[in-house]
Ligand binder design. Structure first.
Ligand SMILES: [Zn+2]
Length: 198
């Protein structure tokens, strides 16, 4: 499955690798190789990090700690102390090295440095009182995103991921409703037409 980077912050994008958290959670990071691929695809992180099983477990632990703190922020409640410790301890490590060249930005580092960078992103994001964090408005999507829109009016984690799906579902529901009420609305459709279409 493809990873998406629509949350407005790499730390939130990491938490978004688990979908449908309230129902049957879908975890896109099922192995160290998945994590390596996610890091390579995430903008601003090194593209050749290798992960062993221990590093993978640390990454998942950091991911869940960041998610818990972000959710605490969304629900306007105090931060969970255990998650705070995980994120702060990870953020204390060295971040990846960045270099500027004529070909642009080069980022290099190993997995602990990548995790430190993600924890630092989470700390900066969650420490900023102006960060407007929201959970996506689509019922099944539990992704938390940073709303940077004017007036904080964004409703979906991503238009392509959720906004268009909700709009399409609403459109289908309206069509079904109007088809069911067809004769009364004077649509000109004869009864039984829907059965033939199926
Ligand atoms: Zn969504």
């Amino acid at each position: 499955m493809d990873f998406t980077f629509v949350s407005g912050d790499p730390a939130l994008d990491l938490t978004g690798t688990v979908g449908s958290r309230r129902d049957e959670a879908v975890d896109l990071l099922r192995s160290p190789a998945d994590l390596e691929r996610w890091v390579a695809e995430c903008p601003g992180l090194p593209d050749d990090v290798s992960a062993d099983e221990a590093g993978f477990r640390l990454a998942l632990s950091l991911r869940e700690a960041i998610y818990r703190l972000a959710l605490d922020r969304v629900l306007d409640r105090p931060f969970d102390p255990v998650s705070l410790r995980i994120v702060n301890d990870t953020a204390a490590g060295s971040p990846p090295v960045i270099k500027l060249s004529d070909s642009g930005l080069c980022v290099s580092g190993d997995l602990p440095e990548v995790l430190s960078e993600l924890a630092r992103c989470a700390v900066a994001l969650l420490a900023d009182a102006r960060s407007c964090l929201k959970e996506c408005g689509r019922t099944d999507c539990t992704r938390i995103y940073l709303d940077r829109s004017r007036g904080s009016r964004r409703t979906w984690c991503g238009m392509e991921e959720c906004g268009n799906r909700v709009k399409a579902a609403a459109y289908r529901a309206r069509r079904l409703a109007s088809a069911a009420a067809g004769p009364e609305l004077g649509s000109g459709q004869r009864p039984g037409r829907r059965q033939r279409e199926r």
